[in-house]
Design a protein around this ligand. Structure first.
Ligand code: PNS
Length: 158
């Protein structure tokens, strides 16, 4: 069985991320969506809220696993038995960043393949940071979220 890991901050998981998962499932039997728990105090969603959102979206899909991690991506990839790290490319800015990260990962984890997938054009303008910004100005972001996901259901009011 071929397993890939799809790591990211997913703050929040977007329609663009969902499109990449769909593509990855054409190549791999199982995709482990791994939420990197970087200590970012300015995040929109807590790690557990991000996890709940993604789990709810993929509920009943046996090919998807959702985990949180705070190690190197390569270490968690090894742990879950993944042979590939999936990342999405929207533009040349992504490309430069991803190339550097893929090279760093290859140096430390030579057995892991970084697999780049082009984000479909119709969602390639979507980013988690755009969603956060629009939300901060009170705008509706439902069109940028995966089908049927209501972000407000995952925001903990404090
Ligand atoms: O959604 P993002 O913010 O682009 O995701 C970044 C993430 C979590 C994939 C990246 O920061 C990461 O892999 N962090 C763990 C540390 C690591 O393994 N870095 C790459 C090798 S130096």
């Amino acid at each position: 069985m071929r397993t890939a890991i799809f790591p990211g901050s997913f703050d929040p998981f977007t329609k663009g991320h969902a499109a990449l998962v769909e593509q990855a499932l054409l190549l791999f039997d199982k995709v482990v969506i791994a939420i990197g728990e970087n200590v970012n105090k300015n995040s929109l969603l807590k790690a557990e809220e991000r996890e709940r959102l993604i789990r709810d979206y993929y509920t009943d899909n046996p090919k998807i696993e959702v985990i949180r991690y705070s190690t190197l991506t390569g270490d968690i990839a090894r742990e879950v038995g993944a042979t590939a790290i999936i990342r999405g490319l929207r533009n040349t800015i992504d490309f430069e960043y991803e190339r550097t990260m893929a090279q760093a990962n290859r140096r430390i984890f030579p057995e892991l393949q970084s697999v780049m997938l082009f984000t479909p054009a119709e969602v390639s303008d979507i980013s988690s940071s755009t969603i956060r910004e629009l939300l901060a100005f009170g705008r509706d972001v439902s069109e940028l979220m995966p089908e049927g996901v209501r972000l407000e259901n995952y925001l903990t009011k404090e």
